[in-house]
Ligand binder design. Structure first.
Ligand SMILES: Nc1ncnc2c1ncn2[C@@H]1O[C@H](COP(=O)(O)OP(=O)(O)OP(=O)(O)O)[C@@H](O)[C@H]1O
Ligand SMILES: [Mg+2]
Length: 263
């Protein structure tokens, strides 16, 4: 039986007059990988940020393991900052810009969350940090500062830092789009390995070839709604919606297979 990890229902987000999310329904089960694609401004980052409460949704519901996040009052869900801290710890996030702490070494960056948020003892947060640096392939950089690393190495540290919290789910927001092309592969390789090991994750990406080969499910967002959703093959190779078809045409440099029924 599939175990629901994160879901949202009729999720909406409005910035002043700008309705950015117009009612998103989503469910991600344990071990599942979901890629979100869509044009710039369609609301992909806002959706991820609402799912881990870097932005507070205007309305709708988010549940972690089937439990509503926030408290319901008069039909509205209200969020208290102190209740959101443990929730954010369970929903890891990796950004386009790595956001490492520049004054801390690689190891200190990765230990920081387990030390200050999870309040683990030193022996535990240190060995945990080292094991996640090994997982992303750069244990030897533990004493370096972020400025001494390449972009790809910095992003791998950011991934280790998020993993060290041992979250229920990881959200990746265009984790490779700030990287020089020759550094993209090393980060995608790490993400792919994590997915193959069963990491539950949502991946906003413009790397459609990667989404096709790595994600089990793909979702196309347009103007704050989910316009099309299905297997990677259905959405990326045989899309049904004209908007999806048009979007994919603009990404023709990515090598996707031909539809099965084309000769
Ligand atoms: N903090 C904010 N305040 C006001 N408007 C915002 C804010 N964050 C996002 N928006 C607006 O929400 C809309 C969607 O932005 P979002 O960043 O979610 O798009 P996106 O799909 O991630 O785009 P991209 O592919 O360029 O990253 C845009 O019109 C943007 O200007
Ligand atoms: Mg974005």
């Amino acid at each position: 039986m599939s175990l629901e990890i994160l879901s949202c229902r009729n999720l909406k987000k409005q910035f002043v007059e700008n309705q950015v999310l117009r009612g998103i329904d989503l469910q991600i089960n344990k071990g599942e990988s979901l890629a979100i694609i869509g044009a710039s401004g369609s609301g992909k980052s806002t959706l991820l940020r609402c799912l881990n409460f870097l932005e507070i949704p205007s309305s709708g519901e988010v549940s972690l393991r089937g439990e509503l996040i926030g408290s319901r009052q008069n039909g509205q869900v209200l969020y208290q900052e102190r209740d959101l801290i443990p929730i954010r710890a369970k929903i890891g996030m990796v950004f386009q810009h790595f956001n490492l702490f520049p004054h801390m070494t690689v190891l200190q960056n990765v230990m920081e969350g387990p030390r200050t948020v999870l309040k683990l003892p030193k022996s535990e947060y240190e060995s945990r940090a080292i094991s996640y640096l090994e997982k992303v392939g750069i244990p030897e950089k533990r004493n370096a500062y972020p400025s001494e690393l390449s972009g790809g190495q910095q992003q791998r540290v950011a991934i280790a830092r998020a993993l060290a919290m041992e979250p229920e789910i990881m959200l990746f927001d265009e984790a490779t789009s700030a990287l020089d092309p020759e550094l993209v592969g090393e980060v995608l390789d790490v993400i792919l390995k994590l997915m193959q090991e069963g990491l539950t994750c949502v991946l906003v990406t413009h790397e459609l070839g990667f989404a096709y080969s790595a994600a089990q499910r793909v979702l196309f967002m347009h103007n704050g709604v989910v316009l099309e959703e299905g297997s990677a093959y259905d959405v990326l190779v045989e899309p049904q919606q004209p908007r999806t078809i048009e979007f994919l045409r603009g990404h023709s440099r990515f090598q996707l297979p031909s539809p099965k029924n084309s000769q």
